[in-house]
Write a protein that binds this ligand. Structure first.
Ligand code: ATP
Length: 264
């Protein structure tokens, strides 16, 4: 459903004129309903890859290559078609839920606005649906949460709200950028499990950016390993774990914390 072909990104510094090569001609495909984990160290270009899919790369960027969503050239879309594709077909779950939620609006309003825009739903129906959605991501006191402002809720709760909102728009492709990194460890596992469950139920495709190889392996069908802007290896979590082909993948595997000392 998604094809990325020879994606290149360079960014020119407006002050010095220096050009940095950020992505170096990467290609990958994603099947309908498939989850792909993008892993690799900080600065390897994971977030920038998502930004190119969304068409929100930083000023000074020059992008080469092609990104197709169900045969449509995403980077050629303009105006209303671009707006509609972003609202209906793609959804971003960012690391920090505060970057998505408006601090001066109750979270219920965020959910309802998303729904009314994407699905032209009447308000009362959208409110009921928001409450159902929150319960479906494990939030029991859904009415209280709908009335709460972002600063009144925990990070884990807010990320569940963002996931509920993303799923409700029934996008074709979820783009999750380190969605649990800012949460404490127990909440990380819960939120990742909810994202995984909801995505599978709705049969959505996902690109899951993470520096945590084990977490990505738990929620993804395949892993793509990035280093210095280059995609060095793609495989199933088992292939990556048991038979890594690239030296860097082996380093990444060895660098992860050992949960089970007998693995060492
Ligand atoms: N606005 C920007 N202008 C210029 N270069 C940038 C900009 N944002 C990021 N970069 C550079 O692009 C490269 C890739 O960054 P990116 O955020 O995609 O990495 P990442 O793999 O997602 O890492 P992290 O896990 O730290 O988010 C880095 O070298 C970074 O310094």
């Amino acid at each position: 459903m998604l094809t990325i072909d020879n994606l290149e990104l360079s960014i020119t510094d407006p002050d010095t004129g220096r050009v940095s090569e950020i992505l170096r001609g990467n290609s990958l495909t994603l099947a309908a309903g498939e989850a792909l984990g993008l892993v690799g160290e900080s600065g390897s270009g994971k977030s920038m890859t998502l930004q190119c899919v969304l068409g929100i790369e930083p000023p000074g960027s020059s992008v080469g290559g092609r990104i197709e969503l169900e045969g449509r050239d995403l980077r050629a879309l303009r105006g209303e078609e671009l707006r509609r594709t972003r609202a209906e077909d793609l959804a971003l779950i960012a690391q920090n839920p505060h970057s998505v939620l408006n601090p001066v609006l109750p979270v219920g309003k965020y959910l309802m606005e998303g729904m009314s825009e994407a699905r032209s739903m009447p308000k009362a129906r959208a409110r009921l649906r928001s409450s159902e959605l929150l319960r479906s991501v494990g939030i029991e006191e859904s009415e209280r949460v709908l009335r709460s402002y972002p600063h009144q809720l925990s990070g884990g709760m807010l990320q569940r709200v963002v996931i509920a909102g993303a799923i409700s728009a029934q996008p074709k492709l979820l783009l999750a950028d380190e969605p649990t990194t800012a949460l404490d460890v127990t909440t990380q596992a819960e939120v990742a499990a909810i994202l995984d469950e909801k995505r599978r139920e709705a049969e959505m495709s996902m690109i899951f950016v993470s520096h945590d190889l084990d977490l990505a392996a738990a929620v993804c069908d395949r892993l793509a390993v990035m280093r210095y802007g280059e995609l060095v290896e793609i495989g199933t979590p088992e292939e990556i774990r048991d038979a890594p082909q690239h030296e860097y993948t082996r380093e990444l595997m060895n660098a992860r914390p050992k949960l089970h000392p007998e693995e060492a």
